[in-house]
Ligand binder design. Structure first.
Ligand code: LLP
Length: 422
């Protein structure tokens, strides 16, 4: 459930008409609903608690939406943060996430990033390979700080909505094998600068079938039992993120309640604290990308292009993953639906949001909302074609705030410095 709905013929975010935001801030612009973020986080936590999962660490995957207002909204509810760079750790800290609720993942952490994480006191660094474990030990020793680590295991399970977002197969770059995990865990336990506390996995994103999750979680639980059986200390099991969301006419994802049942079943009796790294399930349906129709271009041979002022640099998912986003009129017109190719102004054929989609009639100047754009939307945006970075607005009830303003052209150019010889 989300808080974007039609009222008296126009689309609102909570109690604010989207047209009011478009008028005040201009388009394209991302608009987020505080109530939806809060609801998604709370539904997931309550579903886990209802299955007897005690005091889970729900570390929001910052990459899904890294805006500070979003992170702060979730931090106020007790969320942690799953981070993959120093920049994301800094964001989480700036948003008020306590370091003991910050997880640091990622296959290529630099020594500088590892040092930053250790100084900040994050709760766990997820080790993705043997060389990384050794690098962490060295950095920890140089700082005189023992590193709390977990091993990210690649459970060799296929899952995820698209090949580019599947991470859990052994041919993917993420994590160590079960055999390596057992060997490295024992090794780390004997290293004075490492404190292994658990194991982690994340098998992919936009997963709409619980079977691969159940398989991965069972395998992870087996690993925890084996490690404990060897007398090693294991107190945490991080099950990653990956739960899919309903992108309109896409396969219906499992409910948080069903997900929680699978979690509980796989981890019963393990006596570890569970951690989760959800991104999309919390953020996707809490945001829309608002755009305006620049032209309706009808080719004599029949194709009808809806040319928007939003482009692939603002919302990359359709170009990169053939992702489906529901496209709605902010003030729907009467009349029959017609097939449109919805495109942006960027000079690439890939700057196409959808082809041949039946949509209600549009005219130049109309406002359009890309639904379910709160995850991996603004956080993946760029300035390609020298288009100023898309702004973000947070709504709460009848109020809204610009939480990332659109840079001016002067600001955009001022970031660059001329080479002395030019
Ligand atoms: N934990 C780790 C280690 C991850 O790599 C990811 C996502 C997550 C958690 C959060 O997964 P989620 O709950 O959001 O599925 N840009 C793509 C998605 C890439 C996901 C990358 N990793 C998209 O727009 O679909």
């Amino acid at each position: 459930m989300n808080h974007f709905e039609l009222r008296d013929g126009e689309l609102y975010c909570e109690d604010v008409p989207l047209a009011v935001i478009a008028q005040a801030v201009g388009t394209p612009v991302y608009v987020y609903s505080t109530a939806t973020f809060e609801r998604h986080y709370t539904v997931l936590r309550e579903a886990l608690e209802a299955e007897g999962v005690r005091d889970p660490l729900i570390a929001f995957a910052v990459k899904a939406n890294s805006n500070l207002a979003v992170l702060r909204t979730l931090a106020k509810l007790g969320a942690g943060a799953d981070t993959v760079s120093e920049g994301e750790i800094r964001r989480a800290l700036a948003a008020g996430v306590p370091p003991e609720r910050i997880v640091f993942s990622g296959v290529g952490k630099t020594r500088a990033e590892i040092a930053f994480a250790l100084e900040a006191g994050v709760c766990e660094i997820n080790v993705e390979s043997e060389p990384e474990m050794l690098a962490i030990a060295q950095v920890a020793q140089s700082l005189g700080k023992r590193a709390t680590i977990a091993f990210r295991v690649n459970p060799d399970v296929a899952a995820g909505g698209h090949a580019k977002i599947a991470t859990g197969k052994s041919e993917n770059k993420f994590g160590v094998s079960f055999a390596e995990a057992e060997r490295l865990y024992a090794q780390a336990s004997n290293n004075a600068w490492l404190k292994p506390v658990g194991v982690a996995c994340h098998i992919g994103s936009q997963i709409t079938d619980l079977a691969p999750m159940a398989e991965a979680f069972e395998k992870m639980a087996g690993l925890v039992r084996r490690l404990k059986g060897e007398g090693l200390h294991v107190e945490r099991l991080d099950l990653g993120g990956g739960l899919g969301v309903p992108y309109f006419n896409q396969p219906e994802p499992p409910s948080p309640a069903d997900y929680a049942k699978v979690v509980a079943q796989a981890t019963r009796g393990l006596d570890v604290t569970l951690a989760f790294e959800p991104g999309r399930v919390i953020a996707a349906n809490a945001g829309v990308l608002l755009a305006q129709v620049v032209h309706v271009h009808e080719r004599p041979e029949g194709r009808r292009f809806l040319v928007l002022d939003a482009a692939m640099n603002d919302l990359l998912r359709p170009a990169m993953y053939d992702a489906y986003h529901d496209i709605r009129a902010v003030r729907p017109r009467e009349g029959e639906a017609k097939p449109y190719d919805v495109v942006g102004p960027v000079c690439e054929t890939g700057d196409t949001f959808t082809r041949d989609r039946a949509l209600p009639a549009f005219e130049s100047g109309d406002l359009v909302a890309f639904m379910s754009a709160g995850a991996y939307g603004a956080s993946m945006a760029s300035e390609y074609n020298s288009r100023p970075l898309v702004p973000e607005v947070m709504v709460k009830g009848g109020d809204y705030a610009i939480v990332r303003p659109r840079p001016t052209y002067d600001e955009m150019l001022a970031r660059e410095t001329p080479a002395p010889w030019l």
